[in-house]
Design a protein around this ligand. Structure first.
Ligand code: SF4
Length: 451
């Protein structure tokens, strides 16, 4: 890695799945504000629904998700009942006809931890109260270690048409070091069962920076993953934050690759996937050249939301479950992250929202600049500011902040103000976005490293 890049690679940067980022959400946010926003939403607004299932069978040492390992299934059964209640409590707050849900996503945790009858009850509740638009995407994150042919058919029967797997790395030693044993054949069988059941849209997650990984292991994994032809592959850098995620203490510092290695691993995965029929998307996604996400990139319609890159054009995202984040044109809201607090609120018939943020006009303008940079590696901030009714001079300070990045090759600035991140600098696109973030305060251990 060019020595000039090291300081950028080591810097903490937000993921920019929203702007402002969740760090800016206010803790004294009143649920009534959220109720008002829902009521103001256009009657014909398209909707995206997210359901969070915070349970897993076994902890992966690298995990950064909001999840728990319950001793018995009872907790998950009670959680399901409360989720159904939360959906029932929220639906009457929305105006407009049913049938506007274009995307429905189960995330976690491991949504397939739920028994089939519980999963089906949630899908049915959303179908009954919200209704799916024709051709809606109904997606679920799943774990190949607890998957079966029967489950694949059961998911298809419920209406799921996309599945995401955490693959991470196929190397046996790496799997052992992260407490997630799932050999290649297990993943290959899961993909085959899904296809047989008619769920033909498949996503994989891969990781770099895990203990025991080398450039060779990640290349091998990327080749094997590409060989299974998933539609999309997301590639995340492992964020080692053991002071925040205690189970990560099971990962020994001496087994972790250094920053140089992490950079070379990320670049090696990029080259391998690009050479195997995948289009690089934004910071960390890859889509098969014939996939709709690659088409959205080329058509300029790609979006980024709390689930990452998406082709979902929905106007509003409504999240259910503990810690779920919702996004409306007016602002963001997050349900209680503490499961007991979330459960009490639902039991008492209240909304579980306890953090949020109203968007200002300037937030929307900066948010569009950052989203465009994250999606397309290029944006014209001056033009976007003017489209939003601002004097472009408001961004003079941001352009000044770009100067050292331009000098170090992270981006270019054209005469008309367009900011362009070269392909080979995509890993640093968030560093470029920082220049347009009016809230960012460098604070150690708040965000993950850029690489
Ligand atoms: S399966 Fe996913 S959510 Fe569950 S512990 Fe492993 S990484 Fe975390």
């Amino acid at each position: 890695m060019d020595k000039r890049l090291t300081k950028y690679a080591l810097a903490d940067v937000p993921r920019y799945t929203s702007y402002p980022t969740a760090v800016q959400f206010e803790n004294d946010f009143a649920p009534e504000t959220w109720v008002g926003w829902l009521g103001q939403l256009d009657e014909d607004a398209s909707l995206s629904v997210y359901v969070h299932i915070p349970f897993c069978k076994k902890m992966c040492w690298y995990c950064g998700c909001h999840t728990t390992i319950p001793n018995t299934y009872d907790r998950a059964a009670r959680y399901t009942q409360r989720l159904l209640k939360e959906i029932e409590q929220t639906t009457p707050l929305l105006n407009g006809p049913k049938g506007r849900v274009t995307h429905f996503h189960f995330g976690g945790g491991t949504p397939t931890y739920l028994r089939e009858e519980d999963l089906a009850a949630i899908v049915e509740k959303v179908r009954e109260l919200f209704g799916f638009a024709e051709g809606a995407e109904i997606a679920i994150e799943m774990d190949p270690r607890t998957f079966s042919r029967e489950k694949a058919f059961a998911l298809a029967e419920m209406g799921f048409n996309r599945a995401s797997f955490g693959v991470q790395d196929f190397n046996a030693r790496v799997q052992e070091l992260v407490n997630r044993i799932q050999p290649y054949d297990m993943v290959a069988d899961s993909v085959a069962w899904l296809h047989e059941a008619g769920i033909t849209s498949v996503n994989f997650d891969l990781m770099y920076g895990l203990p025991g990984q080398t450039v060779d292991t990640v290349i091998e994994t990327a080749k094997q993953a590409a060989g299974l032809r998933p539609d999309r592959i997301a590639v995340f850098g492992y964020a080692h934050v053991p002071w925040f995620k205690k189970h990560q203490k099971m990962i020994r510092d001496e087994d972790l690759p250094g920053i140089e290695q992490r950079y070379h691993q990320a670049m090696a995965i990029n080259e391998t996937l690009s050479a195997n029929g995948y289009t690089a998307i934004g910071l960390d996604h890859y889509a098969r050249n014939d996939d709709s996400m690659a088409a959205a990139l080329h058509a300029g319609t790609l979006r980024r939301n709390f689930q990452g890159y998406t082709v979902d054009p929905a106007d509003a995202l409504i999240g259910f479950g503990c810690s779920a984040i919702s996004s409306l044109p007016t602002g963001f809201a997050q349900s209680a992250r503490d499961m007991a607090k979330w459960a009490t609120r639902i039991e008492e018939g209240q909304l579980a929202i306890d953090r949020g943020l109203k968007l200002s006009d300037e937030d929307r303008m900066r948010g569009e600049i950052i989203e465009k940079l994250m999606c397309f590696l290029r944006a014209n901030p001056r033009a976007i500011a003017e489209q939003h009714g601002f004097d472009a001079a408001l961004l003079d300070e941001s352009y000044e902040k770009l100067q050292p990045l331009v000098a170090d090759g992270l981006c270019q600035v054209a005469d008309n103000g367009e900011v362009i991140v070269p392909d080979e600098m995509r890993l640093f696109v968030r560093t470029v976005c920082l220049a347009f973030d009016a809230y960012y305060q460098p604070k150690p251990q708040r965000h993950a490293k850029a690489v």
